[in-house]
Ligand binder design. Sequence first.
Ligand code: BGC
Length: 268
Amino acid sequence: MKQKLEGQIAIVTGASSGIGAGVAKEMAKEGATVVVNFPVASTKNMAQVVVDEIVANGGRAVAYECDVSKEDQVKKMFTDIVSTFGTVDILVNNAGLQKDAPFTEMTLDQWNFVLGVNLTGQFLCAREAIKEFLRRGVNGKSKSAGKIICMSSVHEVIPWAGHANYAASKGGVMLMMKTIAQEFAPMKIRINSIAPGAIATPINHDAWDTAAHLQNLLKLIPQKRIGQVEDIGKAAVWLASDDADYVNGTTIFVDGGMTLYPGFEGNG
Ligand code: BGC
């Protein structure tokens, strides 16, 4: 059977751990050559573990260091990848982080750091990807000239006390995604978001590391299970594939029902 992303080149930002690593592995299984981006030298080994697993399973991947919040580094990453592999077909704008603080104690550094990676980083990578998609056009590997998947969060719609920087970044991702989807749909470029709920990764370790914490978290999830990175990886493969060719400018919530306001069950 033909693989869904056969022969396509995918850059997955922040792929050395968590959701990014999960997306990289699922895309490689479907035939994509995956660029496993990692932010700093200290995470190189983690990225290499992801690459090694993909290669051991018969896939293709390389690790690439780039801090997505830095314009010069992002430009260099796209130049290098295009010169090595010929083009980029898929960008997964995944790199993201949290620096939580009560609002009145939040420092400007915490604010800027989160907005810099989660929102500016997605802008910088999307801009370079779209320039490459426009240069290349439709090439027979896909019905689209290129696909971008922005990793958002349920917090693009759910307010989150103590996380103003993070929620603001994801709200920003939502309208950046929709705006550029509107701008580039006529050029056969598809841009969508995935909004994960609580997925078991290092970013939210404190929310599921003990039975008591997990029980508390599950009150927010109607489906009564925490998500796994594969749940997001499979959605990302579908969105990037031609099976989703008519899906453009929307957010797919993969959250076990977290956005269904479970507090209203039997109340209100
Ligand atoms: C956050 C996680 C959180 C989840 C649900 C995600 O975007 O990064 O820390 O568990 O949203 O609240």
